[in-house]
Design a protein around this ligand. Structure first.
Ligand SMILES: NC(=O)c1ccc[n+]([C@@H]2O[C@H](COP(=O)([O-])OP(=O)(O)OC[C@H]3O[C@@H](n4cnc5c(N)ncnc54)[C@H](OP(=O)(O)O)[C@@H]3O)[C@@H](O)[C@H]2O)c1
Length: 225
């Protein structure tokens, strides 16, 4: 039985990970919205703790890391936010809002959890195929996800001697609440399902001990939107 901390577990890909990983594991679910986390918890076995915390704050990082207690086997850095702005419209507020949750939060939470992470463990960082592409309006988000991928490469090397693997899972367009309410049903119908991204995350976690699934991209079979 592994102890698994999932950020952004109240919705979308994080909730799908909780559903996928609940059987046989001890889950710690983290997010800001306590009601959504409670709803995920109520539907599942194996939820050990629910932490309502804003990971864009130092207090939120401390609260989430403390919930890991004595030991953690898997950390899934999934919480994130998406906003559009053309390059000329990017201001400090836009950049700060995206950077704090998409980049600073996973880096700081991982640093805080590392003393508790057991040998044989896995860190999964949720990136995006935005890191590989040039979608107009996505500059700040893309910069954040490129930062996550660079950090993940260094983290992988630093954790190798401890027997901890680092995997990046990069979804393409996935049908979750991160997309605006204006997104059409036709567009959503072409997207990847959150459960399928969770399956890729589970694959990374369950990789054979001698293998590291460094990066898995999950894209819509019908092609990019
Ligand atoms: N959906 C896509 O097309 C897509 C594609 C590529 C990558 N991704 C990535 O996938 C990850 C999950 O996103 P999703 O698509 O599943 O969207 P989502 O349903 O909106 O999930 C994002 C989660 O992050 C949590 N979160 C946001 N800000 C937070 C904060 N300050 N502190 C703590 N938790 C916070 C939210 O929970 P609370 O609001 O309760 O805090 C929410 O549960 C993100 O990293 C996203 O960048 C998504």
């Amino acid at each position: 039985m592994a102890t698994i901390l999932i950020t952004g577990a109240g919705s979308g890909i994080g909730a799908a990970c909780a559903r996928r990983l609940a059987p046989g594991n001890r889950l710690i679910l983290v997010g800001r919205d306590a009601r959504r986390l409670a709803a995920v918890q109520a539907a599942l076995p194996g939820v050990h703790a629910v932490v309502s915390a804003d990971l864009a704050t130092p207090a939120g990082i401390s609260a989430a890391a403390a919930a890991a207690g004595d030991g953690l086997d898997v950390l899934i850095n999934n919480a994130g936010a998406f906003r559009l702005a053309a390059c000329e419209a990017i201001d400090a507020g836009h950049l700060d809002a995206l950077w704090r949750i998409n980049v600073a939060a996973p880096m700081l939470l991982t640093a805080a959890c590392l003393p508790r992470l057991r040998a044989g463990g896995v860190v999964v960082n949720v990136s995006s195929t935005a890191a590989d592409n040039a979608f107009t309006g996505c500059a700040a988000y893309t910069a954040c996800k490129c930062a996550i991928e660079g950090w993940s490469r260094v983290l992988r090397e630093e954790l190798r001697p401890r027997g901890i693997r680092v995997s990046v899972v990069a979804p393409g367009a996935t049908d979750t609440p991160i997309w605006s309410a204006a997104t059409t049903a036709a567009m959503r119908g072409r997207m990847v399902c959150a459960d399928d991204v969770a399956a890729a995350i589970a694959l990374a976690i369950d990789a054979p001990a001698a293998a590291s699934f460094d990066r898995i991209a999950v894209t819509p079979a019908a092609g990019p939107l």
